[in-house]
Design a protein around this ligand. Structure first.
Ligand code: B12
Ligand code: SF4
Length: 616
């Protein structure tokens, strides 16, 4: 089920609403002198193709944005810990500036949620008198906030509050808490007082617990869908976030200072940067259009240029990856952006000489931009990731076809931009098809001939917040256990076959490996090295080496799963995940983030829940 849409015309914050909240917080910040730690959950079992390098060498933008927002709002005593770099970090031992933090925040994608819960569990080992306020956020919290509250009395791990939105929601929550906080009072105690006074109900984008029985809340209150920031220029300066990063270490504790500015470029050579959000397509397996409330949100082109320049100047960052859903979504906006980037000059140096940028687009929109690709190259773009999915458009049709894909790839290569296809393997696609373009290998060959520089093949996997999510479970496609092993969140990365109606799902698992091996191998490395030398062909040779190393890791991680799929008993789920604790909206109606549309609505009388939804 997709996230519900706010009423038309009320999807976005008012202009300047975030900017003025930032200013108000700055006025009260000094009085509160908060110490905050923001952790990014990362499960190292997910390290394999196609993300093997980007997963740890690109400090995630989500936690950096939250850190930047904290500094900008007047709370500079903030540290960002990436589990990517600090896998032994223990929140129970964290101290910053000699103090146990006032707030511990944790950000997670769905597939890293085991690690996220482990960090929350550990933070709760801090004795109640000193325990920080625990706030969870990030993509997992957006789509499945209820999963951050355990319903198991033997393990009552939970956040104090989950933010299902972006910076504005967090800052709004802080403003509300600080407005009731007494001098010397802990943030946790102030939070619960604000909750009991009903103040949180005015902040759309929260899920918080009420009541307590054996450590498990009686209910979760969902304050609804956030209002989104429309003008991304109102975001805090992204330069702040990098200064807050904890240096990589094997310690459980935090260092006395954050990472030095001159080490950032080596540790995180790729800088993910917010440029635009949203996409005009409506693929059934994708949560992005609904998350964005069907809005297309952007920064001004001037701000983008300035931000890249400043990140380059401060930290030497040269390679940028746009956190875009579909950068070419609007032709007019794209042209404005690339023209600005191509012309921008700072201190007498053209920006395009200092930076290289990359992002995600669609085949359809690339063809719309065909004649402008040389300009896009001039603006510093060197590679574009394209959601080709299935070239024959059998699985999903977003305007792609074999001819169009080939045309788009050729145009990109001619312009000096590397085409990086992303494919989706699915039950009805064979490994090879005779005389058609339907098979996986057939399509990989076509993509290689068309000039693909890298390859991504992921298995179609249910994704929370999509139209197809619930249906995958109710039709019995999703595995619960295979050969006695439970399917855990880290396996929902598209590399493991965890949902399939195929009679032999192990075929699907092997197909992906064979597909990768047919693309990344010594023959194609040699071919790329020997063919006419262009910048794109040199990059293709480099990608072959990365791909072969990544493939070894992928085989190592997934081969036992193939064996289990082949010989083990497959137990399937019958329902989608749902909250183990009753959830309701502020008004006592069904909650916006409850996910599965349970048949039983909740009724609240005099503040007490009298009818509960089924808990799983
Ligand atoms: C860049 C990107 C990547 C990069 C990540 C590199 C990196 N280290 O940053 C790469 C290419 C490696 C990648 C890989 C994958 N990705 Co990815 N990726 C993105 C993308 C396009 C941008 C992420 C980003 O930087 N956003 C910008 C920041 C500012 O936004 P944000 O992270 O959402 O954070 C905001 C809020 O969530 C919130 N917030 C975040 N953290 C916190 C914490 C607290 C305490 C609070 C209060 C708020 C808060 O505030 C932030 C600021 O507004 C997003 C889609 C998108 N547009 O966001 C998908 C996305 C994050 N990826 C997704 C997925 C599923 C994957 C993969 C599993 C591949 C796949 N099957 O699709 C792999 C996983 C790899 C791995 N091992 O981790 C999903 C996650 C869905 C989910 N439920 O978790 C997303 C959301 C796309 C989607 N389908 O909707 N990805
Ligand atoms: S084109 Fe990409 S971002 Fe847009 S809806 Fe489809 S999968 Fe999602």
């Amino acid at each position: 089920m997709e996230l519900p849409r706010r009423s038309r015309g009320d999807e976005l914050l008012r202009p300047e609403q975030l900017a003025s909240l930032r200013m108000r917080l700055r006025q009260v910040a000094a009085r509160h002198d908060l110490v905050t730690v923001i952790a990014c959950a990362f499960d190292h079992r997910t390290r394999m193709l196609p993300f093997i390098y980007a997963d740890t060498r690109m400090a995630p933008a989500g936690v950096r944005s939250i850190g930047s927002a904290m500094v900008d709002a007047g709370f500079p005593k903030t540290r960002i810990v990436l589990q990517q770099w600090n896998r032994r970090f223990k929140p129970s031992q964290m101290k910053l500036d000699g103090r146990v933090p006032d707030i511990f925040m944790v950000s997670s994608m769905g597939l890293h949620s085991d690690m996220c819960m482990e960090m929350i569990r550990d933070a709760r080992r801090i004795d109640a008198a000193h325990r920080p306020l625990i706030i969870a956020g990030g993509p997992h919290a957006v789509y499945q906030p209820y999963e951050l509250f355990s319903g198991n009395p033997a393990d009552p791990t939970r956040a104090d509050v989950v933010v299902t939105g972006e910076e504005y929601v967090l800052l709004n929550l802080l403003e509300v808490i600080l407005s009731v906080r007494a001098e010397g009072e802990s943030m946790r105690s102030a939070f619960y007082r604000a909750r009991d006074g009903g103040a949180l109900d005015e902040v759309p984008g929260l899920v918080y617990p009420r009541g307590d029985r054996d450590g498990i809340p009686d209910e979760l209150v969902d304050t609804g869908i956030q209002r989104l920031l429309g003008n991304l220029d109102e975001m805090a300066d992204s330069v702040h976030g990098y200064r807050l990063l904890e240096s990589p270490s094997r310690r459980a504790t935090l260092g006395s200072v954050a990472v030095a500015a001159n080490r950032i470029r080596r540790l995180s050579p790729i800088s993910s940067i917010v440029l635009t959000f949203g996409c005009k397509f409506a693929c059934q397996y994708c949560p992005i259009p609904a998350y964005n409330q069907r809005q297309y949100r952007t920064k001004s082109s001037g701000r983008m240029a300035e931000e890249m320049w400043r990140l380059n100047k401060e930290y030497g960052l040269k390679y940028f990856f746009g956190a875009d859903d579909n950068f070419f979504n609007s032709k007019e906006r794209t042209l404005d952006i690339v023209q600005t980037l191509a012309r921008a000059e700072f201190d007498g140096t053209p920006l395009r000489k200092k930076i290289r940028w990359h992002t995600e687009v669609t085949v359809h929109d690339t063809l719309q931009m065909k004649e402008h690709l040389p300009l896009i190259h001039d603006s510093g773009c060197r590679a574009l990731w394209l959601g080709v999915e299935d070239m024959t458009a059998t699985l999903v049709n977003k305007g792609q076809s074999v001819d169009k894909t080939q045309e788009a790839f050729k145009s990109l290569r001619d312009a000096g931009i590397c085409p990086m296809p992303m494919m989706m393997h699915h039950d009805s696609q064979p490994l090879y098809s005779r005389g058609t373009n339907y098979g996986l290998i057939n399509q990989i060959n076509l993509l290689r001939k068309a000039g693909a520089v890298s390859l991504q093949v992921l298995m179609m996997t249910p994704s929370a917040g999509t139209k197809l999510f619930e249906q995958c479970f109710t039709t019995g496609q999703v595995f619960s256990r295979v050969g006695g092993i439970e399917v855990r969140p880290h396996m929902y990365d598209g590399n493991y076959v965890v949902a399939s109606s195929h009679a032999r799902p192990w075929h699907k698992q092997l197909n992906m490996l064979i597909g990768y091996a047919s693309f990344y191998n010594p023959v194609w490395l040699a071919w790329n090295l020997l063919r006419k030398k262009t910048k794109v062909s040199q990059k293709a040779a480099g990608m072959q080496i990365v791909g072969m190393l990544g493939l070894i890791q992928t085989i190592r991680r997934t081969c036992t799963w193939s064996i289990r799929l082949a010989f083990g008993r497959i137990v399937r789920l019958t329902h989608p995940p749902t909250s183990a604790i009753p959830m309701r909206s502020v008004e006592g109606e069904s909650a916006s983030h409850a996910g599965f549309e349970g048949p039983i609505p909740i009724t609240v009388k005099k503040g007490r829940v009298v009818r509960l939804p089924m808990a799983s």
